[in-house]
Design a binder for this molecule. Structure first.
Ligand SMILES: [Zn+2]
Ligand SMILES: [Zn+2]
Length: 109
């Protein structure tokens, strides 16, 4: 079972994301990353090489949420497999400030 989060910033940016793995055996194990070109993206962390999923991009120069420099070193976090999502003060893809918060809004199969 995976988790659904609402990513929200005080600048007005909101985006619903899936984190973790669905019930289907072939479902991807998703975690949020930051791409300089595409902002907040969801990446299958089970892949051998982690890349931006956008077909025009596919860069491997992506940075994981939950660790610096796009998330703070300390703060409340929720574990997903071997990664942890930092809930407050993450990099916002819209205003580029460290004001993006993730709140759990549900689960998905
Ligand atoms: Zn990209
Ligand atoms: Zn913002």
């Amino acid at each position: 079972m995976g988790s659904m989060y609402l990513a929200e910033c005080r600048c007005g940016y909101t985006h619903e994301i899936h984190v973790g793995k669905g019930a289907m055996a072939d479902s991807p194990d998703l975690f949020p990353f930051f791409c300089d070109q595409d902002g907040l993206i969801l990446v299958n962390v089970e892949a051998t090489r982690l890349r931006c999923p956008r077909s025009h991009c596919r860069t491997s120069r992506i940075r994981s949420y939950g660790r610096p420099p796009i998330s703070p070193m300390f703060g409340k976090r929720e574990q997903h497999g071997d990664r942890a999502l930092t809930l407050s003060d993450n990099l916002c893809p819209a205003c580029q400030q460290m004001n993006l918060n993730f709140s759990l809004i549900g689960n998905f199969d």
